[in-house]
Ligand binder design. Structure first.
Ligand code: SF4
Length: 369
């Protein structure tokens, strides 16, 4: 029996700082301001990223010399979604469901086995030369582990300046210093910190440095791969607020990958839920939390504590039976049928299609026809 609530049962803490260095640094910079939760609706047709039937399979081989392919791990197996300009799409699911692999394929850091990814209306597969370089500038990534993603031997100034130098956008020394100071300010850090090394910073500050580096090339889309998972709960809300403030001021689009539904609820406009390489539900955050439809989404949400004491007392957890099946041999029919509390005979053979049921909420489940 697997109890799924452990990784999800954290809530976003109020933006107070328990970390000494974070408390000091948060007093400066544009990103430290609180951000209202609601935003005006985004235009529905301004799509910056379109993913269609994306598959990322990894071959499994046997034999030392004659490596014979004996199967494949279907890490991502038919994922489709769109992301609008200025929007945050949360991508959630348990570890190993394929959400980070999806992010890496969008970054062109992993080859797609099939499907199509279009950025600003153009197919990534056709990018080369100057177009490829422009894409590399326009799409950046913020990584999960701020301790591992920054070179410990480089000063913060050099870490942030590196992408500008690689792309030939550094300018002269004075211009580069001014840009580094500006980027530090945008994430709520002080200019003098440019001369320090990563180990002199707290976890939250390191993640701010990672964000500043990602912003250096003025991207329009940032793939955020579990960017707050490695941080203390009290620091998570501060970093999420930095992301939200930057989105408002720069018009950024985020694909926000996380396993923590409380964090995703705070930042996302829409949320896509993944299970075993597939998206099983996509909805606005209001729809998803008010009326989760897919049994897997319901199970995930049932594990999230509710702030209201009476509602929390009424909350009934759905404990899923069994383990997540291997992505090498996903179950026939609905991939969730081996653990689904609502499974019906047809679920073993018929693969449900992700379908819009008229209100923009898409769900892949036979319960909805
Ligand atoms: Fe459960 Fe069947 Fe729906 Fe799959 S299709 S989620 S097994 S009810």
């Amino acid at each position: 029996m697997t109890h799924i609530d452990t990784p999800l049962a954290r809530s976003v803490a109020p933006p107070e700082c328990t970390d000494r260095t974070d408390r000091t640094d948060r007093t400066h910079g544009s990103a430290s301001a609180e951000v209202p939760a609601s935003r005006p609706p985004l235009p529905s047709d301004d799509v910056i990223l379109k993913v269609e039937d994306l598959k990322v399979h990894f071959p499994v081989t046997r034999g030392v010399l004659l490596k014979r392919q004996v199967g494949s791990v279907k890490a991502v197996d038919g994922v489709s979604f769109t992301l609008r300009r200025g929007e945050t799409l949360g991508l959630v699911g348990e570890s190993g469901c394929g959400k980070s692999t999806t992010g890496l394929a969008i970054m062109k850091m992993l080859p797609a086995s099939a499907g199509r990814i279009a950025f600003d209306g153009e197919d990534l597969a056709g990018f080369s030369g100057a177009r490829e370089k422009r894409f590399r500038r326009s799409v950046q990534m913020v990584y999960q582990d701020p301790f591992a993603s920054l070179n410990p031997r480089m000063k913060v100034r050099d870490i942030i300046a590196e992408p500008l130098q690689v792309h030939g956008l550094a300018g002269d020394r004075a211009a580069l210093q001014a840009r580094v100071a500006e980027l530090l300010d945008m994430v709520g850090l002080l200019p003098y910190m440019a001369d320090r090394y990563p180990h002199e910073f707290s976890g939250g500050q390191r993640q701010r440095i990672g964000i500043a580096r990602a912003l250096a090339l003025k991207p329009s889309l940032i793939v955020c791969d579990e960017p707050v998972s490695a941080l203390d709960v009290s620091i998570q809300a501060q970093v999420v607020n930095v992301f939200m403030a930057l989105q408002r001021s720069l018009g950024l689009s985020y694909l926000f990958i996380a396993h923590d539904l409380a964090v995703v609820r705070h930042i996302s406009d829409r949320i896509a839920v993944m299970y075993l390489g597939r998206i099983v539900e996509i909805a606005s955050r209001h729809q998803l939390y008010a009326e989760p439809r897919h049994p897997y989404t319901r199970a995930l949400l049932s594990a999230v504590p509710v702030a209201d004491v009476r509602a929390e007392r009424r909350r009934q957890r759905i404990v899923l039976q069994g383990e997540v099946p291997s992505p090498m041999h996903p179950p026939s029919g609905c991939r969730f049928h081996t653990r689904c509390p609502s499974a019906m005979p047809q679920c073993r053979s018929a693969d449900p299609v992700l379908r819009d049921h008229g209100d923009g909420q898409m769900v892949a489940c036979h319960l909805y026809g």
